[in-house]
Write a protein that binds this ligand. Sequence first.
Ligand SMILES: Cc1ncc(COP(=O)(O)O)c(C=O)c1O
Length: 401
Amino acid sequence: MKVTRATFDEVMVPNYNPASMIPVRGEGSRVWDQDGAEYIDLAGGIAVNVLGHSHPALVAALNEQGSKLWHLSNVFTNEPALRLATKLTNATFAERVYFANSGAEANEAALKLARRFALEKFGEEKNEIIAFNKGFHGRTFFTVTVGGQAAYSDGFGPKPGAVVHCNYNDLAAFEKLISDKTCAVMMEPLQGEGGIISPDPAFVEGVRALCDKHNALLIFDEVQSGVGRTGHLYAYMGLNVVPDILTTAKSLGGGFPIGAMLTTADIAAHLKPGTHGSTYGGNPLACAVAEAAFDVVNTPEVLAGVVEKEALFRDLLTQINDKYHVFDEIRGKGLLLGAALNKDYEGRARDFLVASTNEKLMCLVAGANVVRFAPSLIISEQEIREGMARFERAVAHVVSA
Ligand SMILES: Cc1ncc(COP(=O)(O)O)c(C=O)c1O
């Protein structure tokens, strides 16, 4: 059956507006469309394809597990889930893991756990959740309400209550908002969707101290910043702060859907049997692929490579900007980078995205003013240079249009 981009408009719910080409194959950081045109992929499936496309270790894990056992449900546990959870707890502050299928579901679990923990330990008055403007935590109704962009949660009727927002990096405002009624604070330790906004380390430390003072749990949403993305296994490892709960997804499965919530044994104890769950969460196929991805990413070579590749990206983007004067700053950390447009190009990030696609380059936006790059962590130097050469042509096109 022949399908084209036009088919999308005929059979799909119109909540997305995908590119005009349809990718059919990928290898490393290159992707080919239906017509055989080759693209450089600096989008990485929105910070998911941590090892690029068709990485041999992931293909092998998928094939091996695929011929053994796909799915059981949580009536049974399975070996890949137990191995992956052991590796995640060995590598982080956490002692317990809950598996989900996506970032939103991992966050939903984190929020429900925080509410349950506060209710059981301190009583029902302690139920307020503080989150940050421009934050993004997923699209379930709870997580989208906690996310700091009301436009995403408006228009669906009454929202889950006791959720308040504060400006990111504004410790004074946060201090005014937090109280003994606060049960949890949810934040990205590097805001992604909101425009690639780095946290001020003193702000994060201040948030941690105030959470401790008010017995509020600190939840780090590392769905986008985790699994090597910043050059640390998790971004919190580069900040002087340890969260109580951490959520991870996207790069965790290297392209296979999986999410996880990590926490301490004490906190985890409040999700007793029957309080929360998922049919697919911790599925052996997903966990086998994630375990293989984790084994490759959590190595000094890959993590150090992220820092080197960041430097190259910054250098090449700065050279482009010296020539065309389109960006205010290059921001972010590791391989989650944003080129923030200056006043002359305000609101035009999508124009740069479309021009990039025309130059056979896949990249992303983060809001209307930021062009975002979230490539494979093992992208080659040659692919970065070729990608940036294509991006320069896209920038030249937008500037001259
Ligand atoms: C920080 C953060 N949290 C949560 C999510 C939601 O993840 P998912 O789309 O897998 O539900 C995203 C997705 O962009 C994200 O960037």
